[in-house]
Ligand binder design. Structure first.
Ligand SMILES: C[S@@+](CC[C@H](N)C(=O)[O-])C[C@H]1O[C@@H](n2cnc3c(N)ncnc32)[C@H](O)[C@@H]1O
Length: 443
């Protein structure tokens, strides 16, 4: 084995050790769970975190490339997936946005975001880990290399232009940074207005846990506390508009018997620990905060960038025949008024988010027959409050003579039909009639 390879492997092990130690915050052993259930207090949770002395299992390259989906990473892996889901739900961005995977490690955040359609920029100061992240995305044909990049760099001095990044995901990394003010100020600088930096970190007692003490002794580096009030103060000083907590505990430490639901609903005592507000607050503060910092400002709301819930249309269709011959086409003229809060984008986009007029053909019992015919593009963007006239031909070839209903709606392509998010559609009932055969010619 060459010196280079040996070095590479030992670096990976060094990283993975740190990584695994961080995941030791995650108290998973059956004995630990049983103790939580019996003692039922938040202090039991904290004790168990501290008492979990299982040694980290070093990852090999294969394990790092597979994380969090490898048998050896099951306990930590499912928690990381939970954390990722909470953060991914809070990005305030939609596919197509540029996301920084801050201190990416082996790059699973980049992989997942890339597969969702985001453009990902992975940054780490460990070349070896970043190499694995690059390799990971390259190995997976479901990732788009054209939307991913990898930068070796220091989180304290981000090598990116001011206001060039839509969002930042920082999982399990802030607590390794020597100076929170510098890091948060750098994040603030590179974020666009209204951009968010999202964090999933250990809490205010992290540095005192046996795992952290071991990690520092054996691997060096920093294992710092993340104190929410301190972060809040720093964020305000730096200029962030708000800091928002996502107050969740890990799912496996809350189990509510169904017959206690009514007690739970009205805030009465129930048998599960970690479900009362003070217990959740304690967990979030001391054990595992998930939060985001949001820069002030706003971005234009469009069909590609904002929540589909902002989409609303008022559609009126003009005169339309009630009987059509089989194999003919229905011509629809529609006035489409944007009564929502997003601009409908006209230009087709590979990742979707542009708006078209769509038509569904239903049988008279309401069953869908076809939703692909008669799609019409917008000739221009349509801002909120504006209207547009659209005309489309709906071919009826292949439909048997019967009664049908035509449903006319707007479509945020690859995202949703507007009806799904509460918009009204226009309807037209019609009948397809068999063509009568021409009279026979007699000579
Ligand atoms: C515990 S890992 C987390 C990796 C990944 N975000 C995850 O959740 O799996 C911490 C990462 O931070 C990186 N790191 C530590 N200090 C850094 C710094 N100053 N700048 C950039 N990356 C750093 C390490 O190399 C490591 O990959």
């Amino acid at each position: 084995m060459s010196l280079r390879t040996t070095l590479r492997i030992s670096q990976v092990h060094r990283f993975v050790g740190r990584f695994a130690y961080a995941s030791r915050m995650l108290f998973t052993r059956p004995a630990a769970r049983a103790a939580i259930t019996q003692r039922g207090t938040q202090s039991a949770v904290r004790d168990l975190v501290a008492a979990d002395d299982a040694l980290p299992r070093p990852y090999d390259r294969d394990g790092a490339l597979r994380f969090p989906f490898s048998p050896g990473a099951y306990d930590a892996g499912v928690r990381y997936l939970f954390d990722f889901a909470v953060l991914a739900n809070s990005l305030g961005q939609r596919p197509g946005a540029v996301m920084l995977d801050f201190a990416s490690g082996p790059g699973y955040v980049s992989e997942f975001l890339n597969r969702f359609g985001f453009t990902t920029v992975a940054l780490d100061n460990d070349r070896t880990m970043l190499g694995l992240a690059r390799e990971r995305l390259g190995l997976d044909p479901r990732c788009d290399a054209g939307r991913s990049s990898f930068t070796t760099g220091d989180g304290m001095h981000l090598p990116f232009r001011d206001a060039s990044i839509d969002g930042i995901v920082c999982m399990n990394a802030l607590h390794h940074m020597p100076d929170y003010r510098t890091v948060l100020a750098e994040m603030f600088r590179v974020l666009k207005p209204a951009g968010r930096a999202l964090f999933s970190e250990p809490g205010s007692e992290h540095s005192l846990s046996p795992q952290s003490i071991n990690a520092v002794r054996e691997f060096g580096g920093l294992e710092r506390d993340v104190v929410l009030n301190d972060i809040h103060r720093l964020a305000r000083d730096i200029g962030f508009g708000r800091m928002v907590l996502k107050p969740y505990v890990y799912p496996e430490i809350v189990e509510l018997p169904c017959d206690e639901l009514d007690r739970f609903r009205v805030g009465k005592r129930v048998s599960t620990p970690n479900a009362a507000p003070w217990e959740i607050a304690d967990f979030v503060e001391r054990c595992h905060p998930i939060f985001y910092l949001e820069k002030r400002g706003s971005q234009p709301a469009t069909s590609a960038t904002s929540s589909p819930n902002l989409l609303r249309a008022q559609i009126t269709i003009g005169a339309c025949p009630a009987r059509v011959a089989a194999d003919d086409a229905l011509r629809i003229a529609a006035t489409c008024h944007n009564i929502g809060r997003s601009t409908w984008l006209a230009e087709p986009r590979a990742l979707g988010g542009h708006v078209t007029l769509g038509v569904k053909i239903l049988r008279d019992d309401g069953r869908l027959v076809d939703a692909s015919r008669g799609r019409a593009a917008l000739p221009r963007d349509v801002p909120p409050g504006d209207s547009i006239e659209l005309v489309t031909e709906v071919p009826l070839a292949g439909l048997t003579p019967a009664s049908y209903c035509l449903v006319v709606d707007m479509v945020d392509e690859l995202i949703c039909w507007f009806e799904i998010v509460g918009s009204q559609v226009a309807r037209h009932d019609f009948e397809i009639v068999a063509r009568t055969a021409p009279p026979a010619q007699h000579t």
